[in-house]
Design a protein around this ligand. Structure first.
Ligand code: FES
Length: 490
């Protein structure tokens, strides 16, 4: 029986990014059936897939873990026993059905073979038609057996993945992700880059209410929010308090843009201050566990510290980790806010944040490859967008060009190189301009690698004076205006 699998599971099986599979689908190499692909097609496209060798997959996952600052999972983070039992029961039922079907087909094949033999021995038949047919049948049987051997291992691994991770499909968007361990549906969805609706993350507000369409879920956290009996009867549940036991389909609201993200007012605490060079401060801060920040990658917040004048700062971390925030703040001589951060701030200091604001966000409906251009500390919001794009895994190729001027440095160059080393579809260029006026001269070096510029979405964050020249260069050379998104360095 042909086995269909989702793209999420296929990427895990052969250890490639989703974009690579989408390219093969577009080129006709992989056939899709309602969004799923045939396991046998996958194996033909990736015959070199070493199903026992997970090194590439592990390497990519490791870099993704570091890239998106994921919370370190406990060593033994497997699904709970109830979820495992339900998944194994489901597989056992499938296995029983498959065995029954296999026995039935084996009987048909044996019967056919006996009849061929009888006809072959019948001298009264005039020609060798039956003999030719029998030869074909014998050969076909042998070929089929070889193919089965080839697919056995990948089939076994696919079954293992189904036991260890449940597939969650969200309606109406059809977004899908894998839920591993005993994560809540909300946690797993956020980690995979989805902008699911939520508020408190701990069962108080009811904003993560979703409706189960099919599959089985399980409550993992008690919650104070009360669902009415009528709601329960219709299948409503809280995504922050339940995990998926089997593959599930559910209806849930997702933010479609910045207009769907509420303004928030939260006191966060400084966790760490880094000074990678004289020109920038990296501030790491934590929200309260019960009051996390909901935002879109690329947005900014207004930070207020004691009696200092408030300051708008872009968030440079990924929304998939809504408790641990990062800001890359350019140091301005004589500016009290940045001087305080650079010299006097300590761990546990309280900073009030209000927001988020801004529309510098990924166009998630686009399937085009992505080009990011950062200027100096404009790398901050670009980093947030890149990590979000990685979590979503929708772009076929990602290009990052980081231009620095004057005495600025590529202060997180190692991180960019590690992305490029780990991900086949990530391309990084570090460019140094003598000053702001010589930046334009570097742009052909960036676009020269891209071919036709209308094939990409562009996200540019640089100091304000550089934005217009970069934008105009891109549009003059063929990038449609609607595909060029710009943000000044805040
Ligand atoms: S996010 Fe508040 S109840 Fe789930």
């Amino acid at each position: 029986m042909p086995r269909l699998i989702t793209l999420s599971r296929a990427t895990r099986l052969v250890g490639v990014k989703r974009g690579a599979l989408q390219r093969k689908i577009r080129e006709g190499e992989l056939r899709t059936f309602e969004g799923e692909i045939l396991l046998t097609d996958l194996l033909h496209s990736y015959p070199q897939a070493e199903v026992e060798d997970n090194s590439m997959l592990e390497r990519v996952e490791q870099i993704m873990e570091q890239a998106v600052n994921k919370i370190i999972r406990p060593a033994n983070d497997s699904p709970d026993s109830g979820a495992l039992a339900a998944r194994i029961l489901g597989l056992s039922q499938e296995l029983a059905t498959a065995r029954h079907e296999a026995r039935r087909l084996a009987g048909v094949i044996n019967g056919l073979q006996n009849r061929f033999n009888a006809l072959d021995a019948d001298d009264t038949l005039p020609d060798d038609a039956f003999s030719t047919l029998k030869q074909w049948f014998t050969k076909a049987l042998a070929t089929e057996a070889d193919d089965e051997l080839e697919t056995d291992e990948i089939f076994a691994k696919e079954v293992f993945l189904r036991v260890m991770a449940a597939q969650v499909r969200i309606l109406p968007s059809s977004h899908e992700f894998l839920l591993e361990g005993s994560d809540s549906i909300l946690e797993a969805g956020l980690r995979c880059g989805l902008a699911l609706d939520y508020g408190c993350s701990n069962g108080n507000c009811g904003k993560c209410k979703a409706k189960l369409v099919s599959g089985q879920i399980k409550k993992i956290n008690q919650h104070d929010y009360v669902l009415t009996e009528a709601e329960k009867g219709l299948g409503y549940f809280l995504a922050c308090s339940c995990t998926a036991v089997t593959d599930v389909v559910l209806e849930a609201d997702e933010a479609l843009g910045s207009q769907d993200i509420p303004l928030q007012d939260i006191d966060i605490r400084v966790r760490k201050i880094d000074r990678p060079d004289d020109r920038v401060v990296i501030l790491q801060a934590k929200t309260p566990r019960t009051n996390r920040l909901r935002f879109l990658a690329g947005q900014y917040l207004t930070l207020k510290i004691a009696d200092l004048p408030p300051r708008d700062c872009s968030i440079s971390s990924c929304p998939c980790d809504d408790m641990n925030l990062q800001f890359q703040v350019p140091v301005i001589a004589g500016d009290r806010f940045t001087e305080y951060l650079a010299g006097s701030a300590h761990a546990n200091d309280v900073i009030n944040v209000q927001g988020p604001r801004g529309d510098f966000a990924l166009n998630e409906e686009s399937s085009r490859s992505l080009v990011f251009i950062a200027g100096n500390a404009g790398f901050g919001p670009i980093k947030s967008l890149i990590e979000h794009a990685m979590a979503l895994d929708i772009a076929e190729d990602i290009y990052l060009a980081w231009i620095t001027t004057d005495d600025n440095s590529h202060y997180l160059g190692n991180l960019c190189r590690s992305w490029a080393d780990a991900l086949d579809n990530f391309h990084y260029s570090a460019l140094q301009a003598e000053n702001e006026t010589s930046v334009e001269g570097l742009l052909p070096e960036i676009t020269g690698k891209l071919g036709s510029l209308d094939q990409y979405d562009y996200y540019v964050c640089t100091p304000e004076p550089l934005l217009a020249p970069v934008q105009s260069f891109l549009t003059k050379n063929g990038a449609p205006e609607s595909q060029v998104h710009v943000e000044p360095l805040r």
